[in-house]
Design a protein around this ligand. Sequence first.
Ligand code: ADQ
Length: 481
Amino acid sequence: MIASPAPASRYLIVSNRLPVTVSQKEGKIELKASAGGLATALSHVHGTEGSRWIGWPGETGQMDKSARAELDRRLNADGMIPVHLTTKQVERFYEGFCNGVLWPLFHYLLDKVRLDAWVDWQAYREANELFADAVARHYQPGDRIWVHDYHLMLLPALLRKRLPHASISFFLHIPFPASGVFRILPWRREILEGLLGCDLIGFHTHSYQRQFLSSLLRLLGLETQVDSVTYDGRMVRVGAFPISIDTEHFIKESSTPRVEEAAAKMREQNTECKILFGVDRLDYTKGMRRRVLAIERLLERSPGLAGKFRLIQVASPSRTKVEAYAQLRRSLDELVGRVNGRFSTVNWSPVQYLYQTMSLEDLMPLYRAADVMVVTPTRDGMNLVAKEFVACRNDNDGVLVLSEFTGAAWELGEAVLVNPYDIDGIARALQQAITMPEEERHFRMTRLRQRIQRWTVHDWVKSFDAAFAQVTSENERLRQS
Ligand code: ADQ
């Protein structure tokens, strides 16, 4: 149990996963802090005195009672509160409903939505109740609750029932789809009503914000303002807060002698060959198959480019227990094999494909050495890879080819923007990027870099925090009037 008294402004962050990876070696529990974007972004908030992070620590079903107790003790000591899920719950809630229904639907991939979703829906409700119990148990008056992402969209309303006067906010890390797509979900009302338990709901872009408000109007008949709606006698604020990266960190880490040398070596080995680079979780929303098809199309259009470029594509294993992901892995393996088989020579292959998670130290030289960064998701809430690439380019060089359907495209207008469904169009954009004159590259990159220096992940946290404080006091006033 955590007993220390909390200052009034402490945060309770709630996300599906805790920002650690848990492992057990020779009976000893080991915790490794996640290096992911969200963990970094929220580390300042979580680091404030007394704040807590509530979430699932990963599968712990194999642990005996004493190991589980030791794990809970270690997590509590680091300000984390675990919500343990059974293997069945993980299968139905996380893999089934979150990643088999909500993820594909919110990314407009309707044919990937599971057909037998109602069983998983029950598990989604149950898991959200479990999280609500955990938050309510640790809540102290004055706490501010910040819920994250699509796994927990029922949680705000469940909390509002348990804690009527609490300050509750939510941030969605993925797109909110057009109302015509969202309404496909049989539980559309429940999800909207779940979110309306909040004081503040945040999205990456104004477009997602508008689409959410439009769903409120069409499905619940609510009269909405541009950035708010009155619901149940409370003001619910809705806003756009584009997430970003720790720009300074990337600038600093990408200019170390080690990174500079590794990048220079890579360039020396490829003087006649431009490096195209892609790095993504192996996810069907990231557009990797079409990207490889665009490489094939490029070589068909311009056979003279054979040997003059290659795509290095790194894909990290992700959601491997979900069938759609296993299928994608097989089909990408096959496609890369086919394209390489068709165009490779003894000394050259167009696609170099690495199925692995890379450390940031290994990633940075690639960001630095790439001539063209290829970011072509068919949908992406924001996409941090695009921003990381730009941050690393202190040489003001390199071209970003970016999908129009990412949140990042709303900010990074100087990228070469592409429709990720248009394979011929991607091929043309790649050709434009490969042959772009130095002056134009510098012009575009300088502006991109100004943008990501003006708005960092710290600004994201600050702006959300300020909006949250404001609506909390507005609702407090409303309650007292
Ligand atoms: P993701 O879908 O995971 O995030 P993204 O924003 O691009 O997508 O972040 C991926 C992160 O993983 C980046 O920091 C990247 O460096 C890293 N990464 C990717 N492939 C890797 C590899 N092979 N090895 C090592 N690291 C790798 C979700 C939403 C996004 C949104 C973020 C934050 O889907 O739209 O931008 O949350 O809100």
